[in-house]
Design a protein around this ligand. Structure first.
Ligand code: NI
Length: 338
């Protein structure tokens, strides 16, 4: 009985403590321990809500997220986690471009041309890059530097400045929805002999779309680039590199993959990006980088002079294809090795 009374008094003491401790400290503790979003510290920079290469969003000085600088308004996050995983899967399968290239060869392309005459042909005279005084020696090594997900003038102009200094050209696979905002940059690309490729209108993963939707993504990007620059892209790079039979059947242009994946979007590290290129590069490589990141711009400023010093001709993808067997609509190409 004595023990029972002791137990009762202990329980009452506990109850009193609980009753008189104010609730406020608990709620403030909850605030402090709530995990901060990863992007919380990003201001005046690009974030990638997919945590992978894709359409990045701009964060202004107040933390507002928008598609592009100067259009600050919070936008709903339309890209899902599911897409993130698929994007990563697509990026990690980059080596498969070669093995799949045989599936999209010319037989399919001919069918495509007959059944869908309204689709913009891949090779129109107006799509050819300006070739005024351009000298390429087919006997010497060449490499195609490619930059996805732009245009984005702060980095793109840096890249073009360096290429101008060393006589190099690059290929910019741009997102059509961004084209109108960067007309000046796109016109500079054309004027200086760089190639503008098609990276779809708004970076949708084409494996999730039907045939008509795929064609719309490609055609709207071509139209937007043409409206902004006067040139219609001849080549397509698929968002995430993701492809299936429907994609191959409905992209009526050569599909360009890559042989060197710098993972610049993931590391955001200049020296890692530089090393990824310089430690692997060989004649006929296609190098994948992304135009949105300042670290990629800084890397390009190191890569370009070193490639030049090593004797590489920095050429556009179409230029390299021209000397290395050519391309056909719906063909898939990840390199142009000899
Ligand atoms: Ni992309």
């Amino acid at each position: 009985m004595k023990k029972f009374l002791q137990l009762i008094s202990i329980l009452m003491a506990i109850a009193l403590v609980i009753a008189f401790v104010p609730a406020a400290p608990f709620s403030s503790m909850a605030d402090e321990t709530a995990p901060a979003p990863d992007r919380a510290d990003v201001r005046l920079g690009w974030i990638d809500e997919n945590q992978g290469p894709g359409v990045a969003r701009w964060v202004d000085e107040n933390g507002n997220i928008s598609k592009q600088p100067g259009k600050a308004k919070a936008e709903s996050q339309s890209n899902s986690t599911q897409e993130t995983q698929e994007e990563k899967a697509g990026e990690s399968s980059q080596g498969s471009g070669t093995s799949q290239s045989a599936t999209g060869e010319s037989g399919q392309a001919e069918t495509q041309a007959e059944t869908q005459p309204e689709t913009q042909p891949a090779t129109q005279p107006e799509t050819q890059p300006a070739e005024t005084g351009r000298q390429i020696d087919p006997a010497l090594p060449m490499v195609a530097l490619t930059f996805d997900d732009g245009p984005y003038a702060p980095v793109g102009n840096q890249i073009m400045d360096s290429l101008a200094q060393y006589g190099g050209k690059a290929t910019f696979f741009v997102v059509g929805s961004r084209a109108a905002a960067y007309q000046t940059e796109l016109k500079r690309m054309v004027a200086e002999g760089h190639e503008i490729g098609n990276h779809t209108f708004d970076h949708k993963y084409l494996t999730k779309l039907n045939g008509a939707q795929i064609q719309s993504e490609i055609n709207r990007c071509n139209d937007a680039v043409f409206a902004a620059s006067g040139v219609r892209p001849a080549l397509v790079r698929l968002p995430g590199g993701l492809k299936n039979h429907t994609v191959l059947a409905n992209v009526n242009a050569p599909i360009i993959m890559w042989s060197i994946d710098t993972l610049d979007w993931k590391t955001r590290n200049t020296s890692k990006t530089v090393n990824a290129v310089l430690s692997h590069v060989k004649d006929g490589d296609i190098v994948l980088m992304h135009e949105l990141y300042s670290q990629t711009g800084a890397a390009a400023l190191e890569i370009i002079p070193k490639l030049a010093a090593a004797g590489y001709q920095m050429v556009t993808v179409s230029e390299m294809a021209q000397y290395r067997g050519g391309v056909v609509p719906s063909g898939v190409y990840s390199q142009f090795h000899r």
